[in-house]
Design a protein around this ligand. Structure first.
Ligand code: FMN
Length: 178
């Protein structure tokens, strides 16, 4: 039964991205979609895997060249790695090459946790390093309470040649139910 709730949240992502397009009209083609995600503690990964199971889309993880330790992730510590990356607009933590060639996909489902009200800087690295021009980006996130709107705005600002759909947010309590 618990798996059902993750299933529903994954379906909610598809429905949100299909119906809440901010630019109007364009809908993601599941036939040619790939799911790309970053997850430090497994919540976003669980949702991404469920989305992949439902859609049968390929999936690839954005992996940091240097993995995040628990200490790195301590958002209450102003000098933790995550805090320092967050407070430095130029921070672009290095990532490993994706396991999937995303150049041929039309739609990118892009999943991440909310950090400090925004997407983690590693997502900025991904957006800088990969050419998403002409593609449709469907963002989704997990978080404790924050919404996805700031991340969505920032993706839109960075990817002016892509169509960025309205994002979907899943509570980390929901994503834990598997
Ligand atoms: C460094 C850091 C900063 C966070 N900042 C926020 C935040 O601003 N708002 C929020 O609702 N949750 C915040 N969270 C909680 C995560 O968004 C949430 O636990 C998420 O589901 C983690 O996803 P993951 O397991 O895929 O890494 C933060 C977590 C970390 C580690």
């Amino acid at each position: 039964m618990k798996r059902l709730s993750v299933l529903f949240t994954a379906l909610a992502i598809i429905i949100a991205s299909a119906s809440c397009n901010a630019d109007g009209g364009v809908q993601p083609s599941m036939d040619n979609a790939v799911i790309i995600f970053f997850s430090a503690t497994g919540n976003t990964e669980r949702v991404a895997q469920e989305l992949a199971a439902i859609t049968e889309a390929h999936i690839a993880e954005i992996e940091p060249a240097e993995p995040y330790s628990d200490t790195d992730l301590d958002y209450r510590d102003d000098s933790s790695r995550a805090s320092l990356e967050n407070s430095n607009p130029a921070a672009r933590p290095a990532i490993l090459p994706l396991s999937e060639d995303i150049s041929g996909y039309d739609t990118i489902f892009l999943g991440f946790p909310i950090w400090f009200g925004d997407m983690p800087k590693i997502i900025y690295t991904f957006l800088d390093e990969y050419d998403l021009s002409g593609k449709t980006i469907a963002p989704f996130c997990t978080s404790g309470s924050s919404g996805i709107s700031r991340a969505e705005e920032n993706i839109r600002a960075m990817e002016s040649n892509a169509t960025v759909l309205a994002g979907a947010r899943i509570s980390n309590r929901e994503s834990l139910k598997s």
